[in-house]
Design a binder for this molecule. Structure first.
Ligand code: ADP
Length: 251
């Protein structure tokens, strides 16, 4: 068992980050820190942060860096992340957040950054059909709904379409990803921390690819620098050529 890990998972909205981070968190017994889930919880319980964040979330805009950094700083101050590490989902999302995060983490450093690569056409399809448990954040889709009446299989909560999964907000989030978050891929690659993982396939296939990468760089509780890679569809996955938009795109 890994004594702890500090992982970041990057990837466009709809690349499957949430599901995969939840799985990695269980497998490596590290806290799953999702800034999107934290912000949605704050909105739901109408905290001062939630009241401030709501309009950004509804529009698919990014919350100001200093607000997100303060929220993450408070979370990193808790004992579980100090002892076990974390898997970060949806953070950092801008270069300023990555800079602030480096400072917060000192003297510790990130072990590994996994970039989940999925073609834009597929991401759009997934976002439009995505459904989420309001209570625990478990992710479903119109083609893979919960077993009973849109009640979550995990906790029984109501499974709904996220309010920011509208066409306009989705487009805005994808544009923001390209302008604000994609530069982080270059940043972590330059630091020798980045591994790209092909995110198309069944959730189990993608989890296996991710854990194979993590296990390959982790020995006896230590992480070693990865060899730079670029995610490619596995040989024989010809159906990807038929995707409508941006198929085969590597960002
Ligand atoms: P998705 O699942 O679409 O990738 P998230 O659940 O990660 O989206 O985030 C939902 C919304 O929460 C974002 O559109 C943004 O408004 C806000 N948000 C989440 N994380 C951050 C962050 N690191 N910086 C700024 N805003 C954020």
């Amino acid at each position: 068992m890994v004594p702890g890990a500090r992982l970041i998972v990057l990837g466009k909205q709809g690349a499957g980050k949430g599901t995969q981070c939840m799985r990695l968190s269980h497998r490596y017994v590290v806290p799953h820190i999702s800034t999107g889930d934290m912000l949605r919880a704050a909105v739901k319980s109408r905290t001062p942060l939630g009241l401030q964040a709501r309009r950004y979330l509804d529009a698919g805009d990014l919350i100001p860096d200093e607000v997100v950094l303060a929220m993450v700083a408070a979370r990193l101050d808790q004992d579980d992340t100090r002892t076990r590490g974390f898997v970060l989902d949806g953070f950092p999302r801008t270069v300023a957040q990555a800079d602030g995060f480096d400072e917060l983490l000192k003297p510790a450093v990130i072990d590994l950054v996994l970039n989940l690569v999925v073609p834009t056409g597929l991401v759009l399809e997934r976002l439009v059909s995505r459904r989420v448990c309001e209570d625990c954040g478990a992710i479903y889709s119109t083609s893979a709904p919960p077993k009973l009446n849109w009640s979550c299989d995990v906790c029984g909560g109501e499974v709904v379409q996220r309010e920011d999964d509208t066409e306009e907000a989705i487009k805005n989030r994808l544009d923001l990803y390209d302008s604000s978050t994609a530069p982080l891929v270059t940043r972590y690659a330059a630091l020798g921390k980045l591994v790209e993982v092909w995110g198309v396939g069944s959730p189990d296939e993608v989890t296996n690819s991710l854990t194979a990468v993590i296990d390959a760089y982790q020995h006896g509780g230590e992480f070693f620098p990865p060899t730079p890679t670029q995610a490619r569809p596995p040989a024989g996955r010809r159906e990807l050529r038929e995707l409508p938009l941006g198929a085969g795109e590597q960002s």
